[in-house]
Design a protein around this ligand. Sequence first.
Ligand SMILES: [Zn+2]
Length: 126
Amino acid sequence: MGAVLVDPAGRIVARAGNRTRELADPTGHAEILAIRSACAALGSERLPGHDLYVTLEPCPMCASAISQARIARLYYGAGDPKSGGIAQGPRIFAHSQSHHVPEVYDGIGAGEAERLLKAFFLGRRG
Ligand SMILES: [Zn+2]
C-alpha cells in the first residue's frame, strides 16, 4: 500500500506507505501520512489542486481525510472489497456530508499513476 501526492505544478510533495504497526498508530495509513506530510510542508490544512495516487481504494477514514484536505483528484489502482470506502461500503464521497468530492479515477493501470507508484516502490526497495 503506497500513496503519492502531487502538487498543481506536477511535483511529488509527499509519499508514504502504511505504517500502522511501526508507528503503533491505527491512523497511520499511507494516504493519511502523505496528507500530513504535504500539509505540514505547505503550512496549510488544505491541498487544493493536488492529486493523490494510491495503490488500493482508500478506506473510509482516508476517504474522509481526502475530502477534508480538498484534494482535487484521486487515482487508485484497484478496488478493495474488504476495506474500501469509495466505490463500496460507506461510499464516503456520495454522502451529503462530504463537503468536497474529488474527481475519482479507479482501476488505473497505465500512464502517470503507474509510473509514479512504480518509482515510489522501486525507491523503497533500493
Ligand atoms: Zn485508510
